[in-house]
Write a protein that binds this ligand. Structure first.
Ligand SMILES: NC(=O)c1ccc[n+]([C@@H]2O[C@H](COP(=O)([O-])OP(=O)(O)OC[C@H]3O[C@@H](n4cnc5c(N)ncnc54)[C@H](O)[C@@H]3O)[C@@H](O)[C@H]2O)c1
Length: 274
């Protein structure tokens, strides 16, 4: 028996990286998972991987920076699985530039990918989550179980980071809105928390000059990677599964009395990139 048996989850940006690891982990714990991503090929692949392992999954392709597409993903989840218990707002990206060269397009891209996706997807599911909780309270005096939202901030929301005015603005906001929503939704036993990953091996942190960097244009200079590593207490970069493990805890009943917090998952990092 899994700790998320009979739960339905949506994970945004789960075609790759941390989102993919999170979707696989939630499925392993028993949840039916909607794999949302901009890119259909990777979303379909993760969904197929879960189904082949005996789990339940559906690709919900769409750009959740657009409200209509976020609504469509929620609609697909309800149509296929009948309910939504868990939302992991993981989608995000970077567009690093030193502040005096930061342009409005880089600001908009990063705010949309990290913050607007979180706004849109949460709005798309919240009516259903609240109404279901309220109906259960009307019958039983309390909801049948806690529903869960996990947002994705970053260690840089705590530390700041040169070249990431846009990203730190978005990730700092994610941390703040997590507290606001935890207070609004507490009465419905909907817990809202965030994870703040440190430096995790994905395409966002791939070394400039690597194959991943050539393909996506994302990544950071090797020198910066090494500088960050020197600041990680445990002495190595994180893996997507390290973040997925903490999210899996937060969405489980084991964390029912945890709400409104952002958990740093950094290997003891005390500064630098995220
Ligand atoms: N990798 C790190 O070191 C690190 C550190 C701190 C925070 N984070 C955060 O973790 C999250 C996942 O990052 P990652 O490193 O796995 O990145 P990634 O680029 O490997 O994966 C992100 C996925 O999100 C998808 N995506 C982006 N915008 C989207 C949108 N508007 N709608 C739907 N899907 C969208 C992408 O297509 C991609 O598949 C992000 O929010 C990121 O900011 C990462």
């Amino acid at each position: 028996m899994g700790r998320l048996d009979d739960r339905v989850a949506i994970v945004t940006g789960s075609g790759r990286g941390i989102g993919r690891a999170t979707a696989l982990r939630l499925a392993l714990d028993g949840a039916a998972v909607v794999i949302n991503d901009l890119d259909s090929d990777v979303a379909e692949k993760v969904a197929a991987e879960i189904r082949e392992a005996g789990g339940q999954a559906l690709a919900g392709v769409g750009n959740c920076a657009h409200r209509r597409e976020a609504d469509h993903v929620a609609h697909m989840a309800l149509k296929e699985f009948g309910k939504i218990d868990i939302l992991v707002n993981n989608a995000g990206t970077t567009r690093d530039k030193i502040f005096h060269q930061m342009d409005e397009e880089s600001l908009d891209v990063v705010m949309n990918a990290n913050l607007r996706t979180t706004f849109n997807m949460t709005q798309a599911v919240i009516g259903h989550m609240r109404d279901t909780s309220k109906a259960e309270i009307a019958v039983n005096g309390e909801p049948n179980y806690h529903r869960k939202i996990v947002n994705t901030s970053s260690v840089v929301a705590f530390t700041g980071n040169p070249g990431q005015w846009n990203y730190t603005a978005a990730k700092g906001a994610v941390m703040s809105v997590t507290k606001t929503l935890a207070r609004e939704l507490g009465p419905f036993r909907i817990n809202v928390n965030a994870v703040a990953p440190g430096f995790v091996e994905t395409r966002l942190t791939a070394a400039h000059g690597s194959e991943s960097h050539a393909e996506s244009g994302l990544g950071i200079p090797e020198q910066a990677r090494q500088a960050v590593k020197a600041n990680i207490g445990l002495g190595y970069l994180g893996h997507p599964e390290d973040i997925a493990n903490v999210t899996a805890f937060l969405v489980s009943a084991d964390a029912d009395y945890v709400s409104g917090v952002t958990i740093p998952v950094t290997g003891g990092q005390y500064g630098g990139m995220g």
